[in-house]
Design a binder for this molecule. Sequence first.
Ligand SMILES: *Cc1c(COP(=O)(O)O)cnc(C)c1O
Length: 367
Amino acid sequence: MTSKPVNASDQLERQIERWVRPEISQLKAYPVPPSAGLIKLDAMENPYRWPEDLRQQWATMMQEVALNRYPSPQAEELKAGLRARFGLRNDYGLLLGNGSDELIQLLMMTVSGPGRVVMAPQPGFVMFRMIAEFLHMDFCGVDLDENFDLDMPRLLRAIEAEQPAIIFLAQPNNPTGNLWGVEQLRRVIEAAPGLVVIDEAYTAFTDADYLHLLDDYEHLLVMRTLSKVGLAGLRLGMLMGRPAWLEQIDKVRLPYNINVLTEASARFALEHFPVLEAQTRQIREERERLASVLKELPLARIWPSEANFILVRTPEGQARRWLDKCREQGVLIKCLDGSHPLLQDCLRLTVGTREENDALIAALRQC
Ligand SMILES: *Cc1c(COP(=O)(O)O)cnc(C)c1O
C-alpha cells in the first residue's frame, strides 16, 4: 500500500487561502530557534536546575499526583501559597494562567470587540501585539524615547485619541530592561479610560514592586509569572486585582487551564522558594559582573538592566554578524535589529551562569 503524500496540493493551498483569516495567514509563527547543544542565552530562562536532593523529593511527591483526575478547578491551595509568597491581600482576587501569555490572551478576550484598542509602549513584549492580532483587536504601539523612557506627551495624546480598552506596561520592560518610575506609571493609570495591566514578569530581578498600586486604582491589575524566577517549563502566571474584574476575566478561562503536574510542582516549588531566590540573587550578581565586562568591549551602547538580560548596541550594521559569530562559538543570543527602529543594531543577552557568561564574553570578544 502506498501512502498519499502529505505536502500541500494546489487544492489544499486554495482551501487554506479561502478559509484562514488573512491576518493569520500573514503572521509569522513565534520563532523559537533550534538550541540543541548551544548555551541558551536568548530566552530569559534561569540557567540553574534544582539540587539533586530536591529533584528526588519532587519526583517522590509527583508519584502521588492523580493523573486520572481533572485538576481542581480553582487550585485553592496553590493560590493560598502564591498569596503568601507574593504578599497578596486576601480581599484581592487571584487568577492563574498557563503562563502569563495565557492571561494576556484572557484579558484581551474579555475586552475585545470591533474597534477596541490594545495599547503598549514600544519596543515592548511581542505577545501584546501578537495576541491583539489573533483577537481582531487594534494594536496601538506608542514609541518610547531614545533612552527607552516613556514619552509622556506622546503617550497621553495616544490615550486621549485612541481610548484604549487595555494598556499593558511591562515593568521592568522587555526587551529594554528598564523601569519607568512610579510617578509616570501613575500618570498613565490616571489617564486610562479602561484597564491597565502592570506586567511584573521580572519581579525577581528588581527591588521595584508595584503591587501596592492596586490599593489606589480600581482599574489596575498586576501580572506575575513563575517563568523567569526559574520555572519557565511549568507555565504558571498570576493576575491580581479587584475581584470584580477577575470574575469577568475568569469566565473566558478554560476550566482546567492549570494541569495537575503544574499545580503540584508549583506548590512544591513554593515550599522550597529560598532555593530559587538564591539562584536569582546569583543571576543579579552575574548581571552586574557581565555589565561591567561588556563595558570593556567595543559596543556602541549598553543599557542598565533591572531584569535578567542586558540590551546592547553593536557598532553600526554589526548585530547580525555578532549573532552569527556567537552561534558559531556555541552561544545563542537574541538579535533585535529590525524588530523596531529604536532597536537598530541591538542584541539582547540573557544572564546565565558564570561559566555561560564567560563563554558569551569570549564569543563577543571574537567579534
Ligand atoms: C517572558 C515574559 C512574559 C511571559 O511569561 P510566561 O509566564 O512564561 O508566559 C510576560 N511578560 C513579559 C514582559 C515577559 O518578558
